[in-house]
Design a protein around this ligand. Structure first.
Ligand code: VGL
Ligand code: ZN
Length: 257
């Protein structure tokens, strides 16, 4: 049905759709008016019913916690400056969402995004990995390591699902939805759709990598997407990376709040 939003207005002012239908039939004669009233009652009930589902769908929001893991926090292997500052923001927001999903960077120890796997190459250099540009990182978020664990200061018991990414040795995955070549899905899209999620809000690390790419995929998959500025921090490999990431997100229709 195309009147989803109007119907939501309808349920708030129950008589509006009802009187609208009545008006449509008002020009008719006595018998038809009775029929009109009858139909309008039925239509209104049907609308209210649909409206109810629209209302639920319209308000189904998920909070996405992006890679809030020890290795991205101060002291970690790929520490993001002030990365720990996102934790209180995440904890505060978590209680306001019916669904909370955390992404977890989860690399095999010989992951090809690690500079250590490319003798003679340094952290921060860019190489081509199977035709995809790849920044080389220090070893981080190795499966099963303490560094890969979600920050213990997070209210972990409120997290409904954890989606792991970057598990394929040969390809990195900045986005929580897809590998960097967009060929393999992590299952996050389906998970959100199964829960009728239409809107996502993001906090976490890092602004210029995983937050940006997850938000860009979210919006292109059709989710209304917002990013909470006080709840993100970036790597800033080159000065201006975070500002550019914010601009890119804004241009893609992502709300920065
Ligand atoms: C990330 C670099 C490498 C991130 C993950 O979470 O933003 N950045 N792996
Ligand atoms: Zn990584």
């Amino acid at each position: 049905m195309h009147f989803g939003r109007e119907i939501v207005i309808g349920i708030r002012n129950l008589l509006i759709p009802f009187s609208g239908v009545m008006a449509t039939f008002r020009g008719c004669g006595g018998w038809q008016r009775f029929q009109g009233t009858y139909y309008s009652l039925r239509l209104s009930l049907q609308w209210v019913q649909e409206d109810f589902f629209h209302l639920i769908e319209l308000t189904m929001k998920a909070l996405l916690l992006i890679d809030i893991q020890n290795d991205f926090l101060p002291g970690g292997a790929l520490a993001v400056t002030d990365g720990d500052q996102v934790i209180p923001v995440a904890n505060r927001l978590m209680s306001q969402f019916p669904l909370v999903v955390a992404t977890q960077d989860w690399h095999p120890r010989n992951h090809r995004s690690f500079a250590s796997q490319h003798p003679g190459r340094n952290v921060g250099e860019v190489i081509s990995l199977n035709g995809v540009n790849q920044v080389l990182w220090p070893d981080h978020c190795v499966q099963g390591s303490i560094g890969a664990q979600l920050a213990p200061e997070l209210n972990l018991e409120v997290i409904d699902h954890v989606v792991q990414k970057g598990t394929d040795v040969l390809i990195d995955s900045y986005s929580g939805f897809f590998d960097n070549d967009h060929r393999k899905s992590t299952g996050l899209d389906q998970l959100l759709r199964d829960q009728s999620v239409t809107e996502v809000q993001l906090v976490g690390l890092a602004t210029d990598y995983c937050v940006k790419f997850t938000a860009l995929d979210a919006v292109s998959l059709g989710f209304k997407t917002s990013v909470v500025i006080e709840g993100i921090r970036g790597v800033e490999l080159s000065p201006g990376d975070c500002a550019r990431a914010i601009d890119e997100m804004l241009s893609a229709g992502i709300e920065i709040i």
